[in-house]
Structure formats: structure tokens, C-alpha cells
Design a protein around this ligand. Structure first.
Ligand code: NDP
Length: 243
């Protein structure tokens, strides 16, 4: 018997790295993708190996079709199976839409939306005995209450519709699909320091940023046999974000 295999895109740092470590603790062998930061990717992969699981770090740009396909192809070549796909890689463009170039718009759509769709389409070809698809959306997928987030919010809202539709398509094949919607989580993308972070925290019921482990714990549950009857859902992990 081989171990179940999980892919985590953008698994080198931040939320993705915490998901990698948690899924390894849960018994998965891991493929993690990254864009630039090879050292962080190898350090995260080493944490998996220290837990007695196998790990493969793949440099693959999730905003290119070739990069998305490469992650799945490398996984199948190395492990011969795929059980869980976590689409976590994402960027957070900030600014009003009239200040965004078409290139910036395409860049975020290509990673945050098209990347998830291509990765999903490729992954399910290899989920012959069922599987789990877990997308990392955002609390801003449900609302865009602050200036400067229209583009980002639109990409994360797209994941809600995609999740519901894919759940219908793939339910009969034993594949579940859900989107986890974090509130503010302390990472390089959104550090919990400075005046901006104080303002954001004031909208959270707990009054504070969440941790990467808060998100990893939800992903761990969704990837487990306990979550087999949860699909097509958008699950908030946001400390009770009010805005
Ligand atoms: P970080 O910026 O801390 O980490 C981003 C990760 O994605 C890194 O591993 C990075 O790799 C990888 N990545 C970036 N661009 C690409 C690309 N083009 N192709 C492949 N991998 C890429 O982000 P977070 O951990 O904070 O965010 C992770 C996800 O969570 C994102 O989808 C984000 O939108 C979402 N989210 C985050 C929130 C927060 O407050 N932090 C709140 C709500 C949602 P590398 O190391 O090589 O750069």
C-alpha cells in the first residue's frame, strides 16, 4: 500500500507551507509547487521528510498553463497516484481598478482563477477512486467592503461559483470540492504589523489576525474521511470578520 498523495500549490511559504506540514502529519506524501523561492520550498519539503513522508518540490509558475500541467505530470510520474489537490497559490493585487494595467489584470486572473481551473481539470483525470479538491479563496470572495480590492475579490468570488459547479459535475465520481475562505492571516502577503493591520483587526470578532495553522486545520479536516459529505461549500475561517 502506498501513502495517499496531496498536491499543495504555493506550498513553499505562508499558508501553503502550514498546509503541507499538516497534511504530512496526517499521512500524505506531498508535492508542493512554488514560483521563485527554491530555498523555502526545500526547507518545507525537508520538514515533510523529517516526518517520515515523501516530498517533492516543483518549480512551476501557476499563472501559466504549462506550469499547472507540469505539477500534475510530475506528481503522477513520481507517485503514480493523486488523492488531494489544494490550490493555494495566489497573489493580492491592491489598488483601484482604474490604476491597474491590463497586464496586472491578466496576471492575477491567470494565477488566482485560470490556474485553479487548469490544475483541477488536469488533477481529476487521475482521481480514479475519488478525491478531494480544496481551494483557498478569501473572505473577500463573499464581499468587497474595502477600497482597492475589487480585482482580488472578483478572483476569489469566481472560486465560489467554480466550487459549486464542480461539486455537481464530480460528486458522482466520489470527488468533493470546497473553498476555504480565510480572514486576515499573518503571512508575508498580509503581515499582522503596523497601522493597517490594526484597522483590519478591528473588523474581526476575535480582534486579531489568524495563524497559518488555523487554515491548515480546516484543510486537514476537509481532506480527511470525516468530511466525505461536505462538498460545494464555502467555509469561512475568518475569526468572525464583520466587514
Ligand atoms: P504568501 O505570499 O505568504 O505565499 C504565497 C505562496 O504562493 C508562496 O509559496 C509562493 O511561492 C506561491 N506563489 C506565488 N506566486 C506563484 C505563482 N505564480 N506560481 C506558483 N506559486 C506561486 O501568501 P499567503 O500564504 O498569505 O496566501 C496563500 C493563499 O491564501 C493565497 O491564495 C491568498 O490569496 C489566500 N489568502 C491569504 C490571506 C492572508 O491574509 N494571508 C487571506 C485570505 C486569503 P514562492 O515562495 O516561490 O514565492
Amino acid at each position: 500500500m502506498t501513502n495517499p498523495v496531496a498536491i499543495v500549490t504555493g506550498g513553499s511559504r505562508g499558508i501553503g507551507a502550514a498546509i503541507v506540514e499538516q497534511l504530512a502529519k496526517d499521512g500524505f506524501d506531498i508535492v508542493l509547487s512554488y514560483a521563485r523561492n527554491a530555498q523555502a520550498a526545500e526547507e518545507t519539503a525537508d520538514k515533510v521528510r523529517a516526518l517520515g513522508r515523501k516530498a517533492l518540490a516543483v518549480k512551476a509558475d501557476g499563472s501559466s498553463v504549462a506550469g499547472n500541467k507540469a505539477v500534475i505530470a510530475e506528481t503522477v510520474k513520481e507517485f503514480g497516484r493523486l488523492d488531494t489537490l489544494v490550490c493555494n497559490a495566489g497573489i493580492y493585487p491592491y489598488g483601484p481598478i482604474d490604476e491597474m494595467s491590463v497586464e496586472q489584470i491578466e496576471q492575477v486572473l491567470n494565477l488566482n482563477v485560470r490556474g485553479v481551473m487548469v490544475e483541477t481539470a488536469e488533477a481529476v483525470k487521475h482521481m480514479k477512486k475519488g478525491g478531494r479538491l480544496i481551494f483557498i479563496g478569501s473572505a473577500f470572495g463573499a464581499r468587497a467592503p474595502f477600497p482597492g480590492i475589487s480585482l482580488y475579490a472578483a478572483t476569489k468570488a469566481a472560486l465560489r461559483g467554480f466550487t459549486q459547479g464542480v461539486a455537481r459535475d464530480l460528486g458522482p465520481k466520489g470527488i468533493t470540492v470546497n473553498v476555504v475562505e480565510p480572514g486576515p492571516i499573518d503571512t508575508d502577503l498580509n503581515p499582522a504589523t503596523g497601522e493597517g493591520a490594526k484597522v483590519i483587526s478591528s473588523f474581526v470578532a476575535t480582534g486579531a489576525y489568524g495563524t497559518v495553522d488555523d487554515i491548515a486545520n480546516m484543510v486537514s479536516f476537509l481532506a480527511s474521511p470525516k468530511a466525505g459529505y461536505i462538498t460545494g461549500a464555502a467555509l469561512p475561517v475568518d475569526g468572525g470578520l464583520e466587514a
